[in-house]
Design a binder for this molecule. Structure first.
Ligand code: AR6
Length: 190
């Protein structure tokens, strides 16, 4: 599924983030940048030890929740890994939505700064961090569209959703956001 905006494309695919051939892939990291399971485990496994070596050297204090830092991508097919720290879900009244949107925005900002034409995101916070996927999808899709409408870059933003239920949640979010009548193509293709 795809949404064309002025200068950019937003797309949703089902798949594995570590296999994406785009300039930057986003890691669902923790604030210590300590590695872990899920996306984080898969990225460090496939990317090799160079990524952790670089995060330790450049970001010894980790990365605050809602922010992102960038490293090389080791053995992965991308050029960069952007380590984004989404919030742990605590019921929704602890600023989770703002922190999640900020993690997406900071990642996009890092991609633009490093002249990335394409960036791939997993569904931040909806695994170990237990953010409800329907809510997370709406926040994620809105944050990305707002950024793209304002900045018209990067050229490609791809959400890589691991399972079908997650893909469906993002597809529903994209349909509902694009149906809201703002100045964009209301007919996403694909
Ligand atoms: N490609 C794409 N999506 C994936 C992949 C993959 N290879 N593997 C899992 N997912 P999570 P979080 C999906 O737990 O909730 C780690 O321990 C997964 O099904 O990776 O932000 C970190 O170190 C889910 O839909 O990230 C942190 O401590 C989504 O990616 C913590 O987990 C996110 O799940 C971060 O938790």
């Amino acid at each position: 599924m795809q949404l064309r905006l002025e200068g950019s494309v937003l797309e949703l695919v089902q798949g594995d983030i570590t296999l994406q051939q785009v300039d930057a892939i986003v890691n669902a990291a923790n604030r210590w940048l300590a590695g872990g399971g899920g996306v984080d485990g898969a990225i460090h496994r496939r990317g090799g030890p160079a990524i952790m070596k670089e995060t330790r050297r450049r970001y010894p204090e980790g990365c605050p929740t809602g922010r992102a830092v960038i490293t090389g991508a080791g053995d992965l097919p991308s050029r960069f890994v952007i380590h984004a720290v989404g919030p742990v879900w605590k019921g929704g009244s602890k600023g989770e939505a703002a922190l999640l949107a900020s993690a997406y925005r900071c990642s996009l900002e890092a991609a633009v700064t490093h002249e990335c034409r394409g960036i791939a995101f997993p569904s931040l916070s909806t695994g170990a961090y237990r953010y409800p996927v329907i809510k997370a999808a709406r926040t994620a899709v809105s944050a990305v569209i707002e950024f793209l409408e304002e900045r018209r870059a990067p050229e490609l933003v791809r959400f890589v959703l691991f399972d079908e239920a997650t893909w469906r949640a993002y597809a529903a979010a994209l349909t509902s956001v694009t149906g809201s009548g703002k100045n964009r193509d209301p007919y996403p293709s694909g």
